[in-house]
Write a protein that binds this ligand. Structure first.
Ligand SMILES: NC(=O)c1ccc[n+]([C@@H]2O[C@H](COP(=O)([O-])OP(=O)(O)OC[C@H]3O[C@@H](n4cnc5c(N)ncnc54)[C@H](OP(=O)(O)O)[C@@H]3O)[C@@H](O)[C@H]2O)c1
Length: 343
């Protein structure tokens, strides 16, 4: 067992090919994971198309993985071989997840509880981390745990989530519910209404309505809006949501803020715009993110957080290129695409 199959991106905008590669050895603080399920994210097609985030080629992509621990590195005390885990990948040949084995940092991995499958677990890392970092790092809210005291703490505080059916949006809604926000207003295609309500949304606004109707629709539900989470972050919508915020309100966007500086710094309104990143390698975010990973097994076990719906791609690693094209073509609605590297 010294080689494995990996999906290699050969160059900028290049083709993907499956090749044999060495299986890495875990260093101090690392675990080696045999990956049974790996997820696709929009960033994966963006790095290929725009040649960003990758320092060399061939490159291996994939930022979410779930599987079994097969080896532990020196100093690892929270896992043993045989544990089922999910973890965030990184874009390098040892840590990316579109391959059969990858290394994970033991601090940023969590055990998969018995009610969750490998496929479901791999929907969690990027999807949950992105709003988690906004809520509990950027906005500085109290974690929704008994010990921290943040469960339901923000009862009666309204929040708007743009793009509730996106992967990131589905976890933002669930965190908002865990933290007690109410009402939880979201924009989505209306076919997702029942599902998003089951995750905690209280009001679903049709995302295909003209943006000019948003303010009126939100005003019918709440007279104040202290928090907004934009999981789509189109420039026009960012501006509209920013305008909707109450004075002192906080907006988090998944893409760089496009709101003109003159408005962002408008004297007296005190509004704050954050772009919060999922990647675990962002300096300053590690400690709170590691705390998240220490809690997520229990959150999944108790149903505080549920995985999003998913579709398993055919043809293992070879099926990923078609899945990426569907993401780029905006043909994915409400689900996470998942690949099985051993198929
Ligand atoms: N900063 C970071 O670290 C970070 C991390 C993760 C993701 N992102 C970015 O966040 C964005 C979302 O990622 P994702 O994985 O959540 O995407 P995704 O699940 O693939 O997004 C697809 C969903 O977006 C919804 N959608 C598209 N346009 C919309 C609009 N105008 N209004 C409302 N909903 C809309 C669609 O909704 P319907 O089905 O309802 O039509 C669909 O369900 C991407 O741009 C991604 O690159 C950033």
């Amino acid at each position: 067992m010294s080689t494995q199959r990996s999906l290699l991106l050969q160059g900028p905008q290049g083709a993907f090919v499956v090749r044999d590669r060495p299986i890495p050895e875990p260093g101090p603080g690392e675990i080696l994971v045999k990956i049974y399920a790996a997820a696709l994210n929009p960033i994966d097609w963006k790095v290929r198309k725009y040649n960003v985030h990758l320092s060399s080629y061939p490159a291996i992509l994939g930022l979410d993985g779930a599987g079994d621990v097969v080896k532990i590195g020196e100093g690892v005390s929270n896992f043993v071989p045989g544990d089922k885990v999910f973890f965030p990948g990184v874009y390098d040949s040892k840590g990316a997840t579109w391959q059969q084995y990858a290394l994970a940092d033991a601090e940023f991995a969590a055990k998969i509880p018995s009610n969750i499958s490998y496929d479901q677990a791999t929907t969690i890392p990027t999807g949950l981390t992105t709003p988690y970092n906004a809520f509990y790092q950027g906005w500085g809210l109290t974690l929704p745990t008994k010990s921290a005291g943040g469960l339901g703490k923000y009862a009666g505080t309204p929040i708007l989530v743009i793009g509730g059916s996106s992967a990131v949006g589905q976890f933002a809604i669930q965190l908002a519910k865990a933290s007690g926000f109410s009402p939880i207003i979201t924009t989505s295609s209306l076919k997702h209404t029942d599902h998003l309500k089951s995750f905690g949304a209280t009001h679903i606004l049709n995302r295909h309505n003209p943006l000019s109707t948003l303010a009126g629709d939100v005003a019918k539900i709440t007279s104040t809006l202290p928090y907004a989470y934009d999981a789509v972050a189109l420039p026009d919508a960012q501006q509209a949501v920013y305008d909707l915020l109450s004075d002192g309100g906080k907006l988090a966007t998944v893409l760089p803020p496009r709101i003109p500086n003159s408005i962002r710094t408008k004297e007296g309104d005190g509004k704050v715009v954050h772009q919060v990143q999922a990647m675990r390698t962002i300096p300053g975010q590690e400690e709170k993110l590691a705390e998240g990973y220490r809690n997520w097994t229990e959150w999944l076990q108790t149903g505080l957080i549920k995985p999003q719906p998913l579709e398993v791609l055919p043809n293992g690693l070879n099926g990923i290129a078609d899945g990426l094209q569907r993401l780029e073509d905006d043909k994915i609605s409400g689900i996470k695409l998942v690949a099985h590297p051993w198929d």
